[in-house]
Write a protein that binds this ligand. Structure first.
Ligand code: HEM
Ligand SMILES: *[C@@H]1O[C@H](CO)[C@@H](O)[C@H](O)[C@H]1NC(C)=O
Ligand SMILES: *[C@@H]1O[C@H](CO)[C@@H](O)[C@H](O)[C@H]1NC(C)=O
Ligand SMILES: CC(=O)N[C@H]1CO[C@H](CO)[C@@H](O)[C@@H]1O
Length: 326
């Protein structure tokens, strides 16, 4: 009897170790480049810092890039591939035309290639740079999971179909995040990235010019905020003009985005939609009252987003330059 129990115990240990070694091959790993590229974190952080020092709005686009990459085809750096005569890539999809930060990723990649050539994937660079941007602008720090391979396919049509429009209501936003395996809470939490960065006047002008209402503004906008937006986006609209997503603390990663929403200062319809729906509004209220709740949930949601459709092991490649497949 005792011998049998002992045997079962050993069997359990063997089974457990099989599961563990299997997992190391099929899961992301925070120590993936620990020995192959020990300076990875330091190089990425210093390049991001140098760009933010020159332009305090340079960090936010890296976080948006991470979202767009992961939401289309999984986090595989397909967002960075340039179009060829044969293929219109994600970069040229309509929702992507306002993406920024490609130069920062290219600079990180070239510095990494100098010290550990052919090792670090572009998909992992985006994931680390997004975290650096959040942290360096006042947000939480976390340990990024790594080991993604870069994909070889990038499609503008797919990006247009999968990325949510800023004219969406909460139900549509919830559905598009559900398609990624993300919950309605994850959707509200990740929308908190709109605590920094900018949107173009052309994207939001229909909310404060010629809206079908008595004052020509979307009734979900505070009137004074609507007037501010009119002065920041005078007519005729300049296609290059943009306004901060968070009017109160535009370049700081904090929970103020959520208190803005509760005061009718959500810039895009998709921001205002989060308070219009009682189910999502609960989370908005919760985060507006607690930086810790927002930061902890945001960190967890970024890790979850970073696992969407990742390619591992021999699936995919490590690109030599981020804008083209090898
Ligand atoms: C919930 C659905 C979402 C919609 C409809 C949406 C839509 C948009 C739009 C239209 C812009 C402005 C683009 C422009 O006019 O330049 C924008 C900016 C931005 N988005 Fe989102 N977004 C969503 C979710 C997210 C998520 C999940 C993240 C990251 C976790 C994110 C991060 C950002 C950032 C940081 C910016 C500012 C970019 C810059 O300064 O260039 N967004 N978003
Ligand atoms: C474009 O497609 C043609 C025919 O399929 C192929 O021969 C060519 O190499 C492709 N060019 C590029 C740049 O991918
Ligand atoms: C404007 O709104 C009113 C009331 O909701 C509606 O009757 C009217 O058809 C709308 N006009 C346009 C042009 O959509
Ligand atoms: C950043 C980027 O690649 N933007 C592109 C978006 O698409 C337009 C044309 O559709 C290109 O001109 C931009 O270069």
């Amino acid at each position: 009897m005792e011998l049998n129990l002992h045997k079962i115990k050993i069997l359990k240990i063997i089974l457990l170790s099989l599961v563990v070694s299997h997992e190391t091959l099929t899961k992301l790993d925070t120590r993936f480049y620990h020995s192959s590229c020990p300076s990875l974190q330091q190089i990425t952080a210093s390049v991001v810092a140098s760009y933010i020092q020159q332009d305090p709005t340079a960090g936010a686009p890296l976080v948006r890039m991470f979202f767009h990459d992961c939401a289309v085809n999984g986090c595989d750096a397909s967002v960075l591939i340039k179009s060829t005569p044969n293929n219109t890539a994600e970069r040229d999809a309509i929702p992507n035309q306002t993406l920024r930060g490609f130069d920062i990723v290219d600079e990180i990649k070239s510095q990494l290639e100098a010290v550990c050539p052919g090792i670090v994937s572009c998909a992992d660079i985006i994931a680390i740079a997004a975290k650096d941007a959040v942290f360096q602008q006042g947000g939480p720090d976390w340990i990024v999971e790594l080991g993604r391979k870069d994909g070889v396919v990038s499609s503008a049509a797919e990006a247009e179909a999968l990325l949510p429009s800023s004219h969406s209501n909460a139900a549509t936003l919830v559905a598009s995040f559900a398609a990624l395996g993300l919950t309605s809470r994850d959707m509200v939490t990740l929308s908190g990235a709109h605590t920094f960065g900018r949107a173009h006047c052309t994207e939001v002008a229909r909310r404060f010019y010629g809206y079908n209402s008595s004052n020509g503004m979307d009734p979900s906008l505070s009137v004074t905020y609507g007037q501010t937006l009119r002065s920041l986006c005078p007519q005729p609209l300049n296609p290059g003009s943009s306004v901060p997503l968070d009017p109160t603390t535009p370049n700081t990663f904090d929970e103020v985005y959520y208190s803005d929403l509760l005061q009718g200062k959500g810039l895009m319809s998709s921001d205002a939609a989060l308070v219009a729906d009682p189910h999502t509004a609960r989370y908005v209220t919760e985060y507006s009252q607690s930086t810790d709740a927002f930061f902890n949930r945001f960190t967890a949601a970024m890790l979850k987003l970073g696992r969407v459709g990742v390619k591992l092991g021999s699936d995919g490649e490590v690109r030599r330059i981020c804008s083209a497949v090898n």
